[in-house]
Design a protein around this ligand. Structure first.
Ligand SMILES: [Zn+2]
Length: 357
């Protein structure tokens, strides 16, 4: 009698959790708000209406790992979702954030985190220097976060001039990364920092000069998720911020590293656009290699940048690149042109790029 009762309870438990643990893994990531994939156009005098931008929890990767993203349509540089994605790992050990979003939406980013947890903001890691990823560093530094980044990012950030030579915005030191580390060419893919927080093991992996010279990707081992920031994008042509040390060839190297540090089941979280898998990097890499080869040949033959623009090398990719514009197409071709000959070295997180703009 007693054993029958226990059996009944056991069967009842099985049916209460019919899918078991493996099926639970399969349901992640939960796409709570799908990335907007439409094209929008903006008048030339368009100003971002910051007050209209909401910061929402858009994807969930585990019970305590999510990403936040801004509203679509309102930010011309990122119509898919304003600003850069922020990842939030929360729990009893405190909050870890990957990137801090634009400073104009800092309170909203904070409110989105507070909708998940009341634990203190403990750690921020910056994937790269751009303001849609570091803009609210000061805000979260004042909340008590220790900010991590590559040393090249810090050097770029403390420079009193912007890469174009104009005066930089004055920054409160509280928002500047103090826990810094360097890219080690002899150990690509190795974590510079590993944290054990909230049941996760989190690796800060410095990258070779690619989107900038201060890139970090962030791996969440248990969830099998990697935040890959902006060296990859599925909105507009590839972007290497060369004045901040970026490199198109470095982007190709960055992609190649994923053969080792990701597997077929890993979800890759770009700073913008839709989530991808490792194999989605292949056509992106093919395009980069093709354009680098073709621009190299044309430049070696003595063609000017204008002549290379006229060659329309991106034509085969126009259909597959969503959000392609004259601006991001030319920026890509110009970057390759500048890189294949006389590419300036990185000094203090910067490259002295030629001024043929
Ligand atoms: Zn970005």
């Amino acid at each position: 009698m007693r054993s029958i009762k226990l059996l009944a309870i056991w069967i009842g438990m099985l049916s209460a959790f019919p899918s078991g643990l493996s099926a639970q893994d399969e349901e992640y990531p939960l796409i709570l708000i799908p990335t907007d994939e439409n094209d929008y156009s903006y008048p030339t005098d368009y100003q971002i209406p910051w007050e209209q931008i909401e910061i929402r929890v858009t994807e969930k990767f585990s019970p305590n790992l999510v990403s936040l993203h801004g509203s679509p349509r309102l930010d011309p540089a990122h119509p898919d979702g304003s600003g850069g994605r922020v990842m939030v790992l929360h729990g009893p050990d405190g909050v870890l954030m990957v990137d801090t979003q634009n400073r104009q939406v800092a309170e909203k980013t904070y409110a989105a985190i507070r909708s998940l947890t009341n634990q203190p903001i403990k750690v921020v890691v910056n994937s790269h220097i751009h303001s849609d990823h570091t803009g609210a560093n000061e805000f979260f530094g004042k909340k008590g976060a220790l900010i991590f980044a590559q040393e090249n990012l810090r050097l770029d950030m403390i420079n009193p001039l912007r890469p174009d030579g104009s005066p930089a915005r004055r920054r409160d030191p509280i928002g500047i990364p103090v826990a810094t580390y360097e890219w080690d060419p002899t150990a690509p893919g190795d974590a510079a920092v590993t944290l054990n927080m909230n049941g996760e093991t989190v690796d800060f992996i410095p990258m070779m000069p690619s989107h900038t010279a201060g890139d970090t990707i962030v791996r969440f081992r248990k969830a099998n998720v990697i935040y890959i920031e902006d060296f990859y994008r599925n909105y507009g042509f590839p972007f290497a911020a060369q004045a901040s040390g970026g490199s198109i060839k470095g982007i190709i190297e960055a992609i190649d590293l994923f053969r080792e540090i990701a597997d077929d089941a890993t979800w890759l979280v770009p700073g913008h656009g839709t989530l991808i898998r490792r194999d989605d990097l292949i056509p992106y890499r093919d395009m980069l290699v093709d354009i680098v080869n073709n621009v190299s040949v044309l430049r070696a033959q003595g063609n000017t940048l204008e002549q290379v623009f006229t060659a329309n090398l991106t034509e085969p990719y126009e259909q597959s690149v969503r959000g392609a514009t004259q601006q991001n197409r030319n920026r890509f071709i110009r970057a390759v042109y500048d890189e294949v000959e006389n590419f300036p070295p990185i000094v203090n997180g910067r490259r002295a790029m030629p001024m043929h703009r």
